[in-house]
Write a protein that binds this ligand. Structure first.
Ligand code: TYD
Length: 208
């Protein structure tokens, strides 16, 4: 059986990831592939349990290193129990966030080095990488407007951090794409949703 593919979709808060992931999955299904949508932190029973530890509670509940370890542990379970078996079974897997979120939020935003995060990923998941990573980007004003509409002003403990933190996350995403342009693509998330979906499909068309 031909192996499936693994795509991750990344971006800051309010860029429209969830809507776009559904549209992207539909487009890939139209090419005759089986598609599973999953998310991080989470996706498996164990990783969802870690998710509630990570996203609930006060802003300083975890110090940055503990937080990075928990994300890596959740990812390890997700890769072993869901992503790899699905791909081996010929399915395409789209994950709403993956490694680049840890690199951007725990690395770029919280001060751990990129090498630290990649080491944790090597330990937890054998360094397993997506075939393609699509990072949605939107200007800050539009993104906070959309995030506010979605969350009604009540963000989770990481999403609710200040605008300097989110600016660091955004510039980290851009740096990763510049460093690994074959795997990581920045996608303009502005304009009509259908136009954004077209850009996403164009960025994976060589894999279809
Ligand atoms: P979620 O409710 O899934 O938000 P979003 O719709 O923005 O994806 O919350 C996930 C939060 O966790 C989000 O603020 C980003 C953060 N995060 C990290 O800090 N590191 C990671 O490795 C991952 C996967 C997520």
């Amino acid at each position: 059986m031909t192996k499936g593919r693994f795509l991750s979709v990344e971006g800051g808060e309010g860029v429209g990831k969830s809507t776009q992931i559904i549209a992207l999955a539909q487009a890939i299904r139209a090419h005759g592939h089986d598609v599973i949508i999953t998310r991080e932190p989470g996706g498996t029973e164990g990783a969802e349990a870690i998710r509630s530890l990570l996203l609930g509670g006060s802003d300083n509940r975890w110090q940055p290193r503990a937080e990075a370890l928990l994300f890596a542990a959740a990812r390890s379970d997700h890769v072993e129990h869901l992503i790899k078996p699905a791909i081996d079974g010929g399915k395409w897997v789209i994950s709403d966030r993956f490694l680049e979120s840890s690199r951007a939020y725990q690395g770029g935003g919280s001060g751990l080095s990129d090498a630290n995060i990649l080491d944790l990923h090597a330990i937890g998941s054998g360094g397993f990488l997506p075939d393609r990573t699509l990072i949605l980007e939107l200007d800050e004003v539009e993104a906070s407007r959309r995030a506010e509409l979605r969350d009604g002003g009540v963000a989770d403990r990481i999403g609710g951090r200040d605008s300097d933190f989110h600016a660091m996350v955004h510039s980290a995403f851009r740096r990763f794409a510049a460093e690994d342009p074959a795997r990581i693509k920045m996608i303009d998330a502005g304009g009509e949703p259908q136009a954004v979906t077209k850009r996403l499909i164009a960025a994976i068309s060589d894999l279809l």
